[in-house]
Design a protein around this ligand. Structure first.
Ligand SMILES: [Zn+2]
Ligand SMILES: [Zn+2]
Length: 193
């Protein structure tokens, strides 16, 4: 169970309270119990969405973009994988769906100007997610990919087109594709020579 302090912290970090964030809190709570916290890079999260829930995971579990232990795959799925480096433990959580179907239907029928009605349904959604059993919301499956590499610091080089410094591994130098120049990703996509 998350403490009120943790819940308040997540909401302050995200900027508002919403059903998506509450889903993320359920994930974070479960991961803290099953995997522990990641003050450094011990735990890696691979998230398949960039919606509200991910902020709760970053705040609670300590998997963040800046540390390199949060990997975003733009698949548009409410699916979250976790890896623990110390013992290789891993799992993937996928939303079962359907938990809020009736409330979403009610929400769609409301007049756009019915602020109070919308707020009431939003609160009902949040309460229902908080109260639901974890297994009712997510199915837990095994992960097929291997644990992502530890974040490494790479030297920067200048792109020969825009002149900006770029992590060396993101530059491409190819006799045909870039005409032998070091090109960054955006410069490559507009390269027409
Ligand atoms: Zn939100
Ligand atoms: Zn460039």
């Amino acid at each position: 169970m998350l403490t009120q302090n943790q819940i308040d912290g997540v909401i302050a970090f995200h900027g508002h309270h919403c059903p998506g964030l509450t889903f993320g809190m359920k994930v974070g709570d479960w991961v803290l119990n099953e995997f522990g916290h990641a003050p450094d890079e011990e735990i890696v999260a691979v998230v398949e969405t960039d919606m509200c829930a991910v902020d709760a995971i970053q705040y609670l579990v300590g998997c963040t973009f800046g540390k390199g232990n949060l990997v975003f795959l733009d698949y548009g799925k409410n699916a979250y994988s976790f890896f623990r480096r110390s013992d290789g433990k891993s799992c993937r959580l996928v939303t079962r769906g359907g938990l809020l179907s009736d409330l979403r239907e009610q929400q769609e029928k409301l007049d756009a100007n019915d602020i109070a009605g919308r707020e009431q349904i939003r609160q009902q959604m949040i309460d229902r997610i908080f109260q639901a059993d974890f297994g009712e919301i997510f199915s837990i499956c095994s992960v097929r990919v291997s644990v992502p590499e530890t974040a490494r610091i790479h030297a920067s080089k200048r792109c020969d087109s825009c002149g900006e410094l770029v992590m060396a591994t993101r530059l491409l130098n190819d006799p045909v594709l870039t005409g032998g120049k070091n090109l960054c990703i955006p410069c490559r996509t507009v390269y027409r020579e």
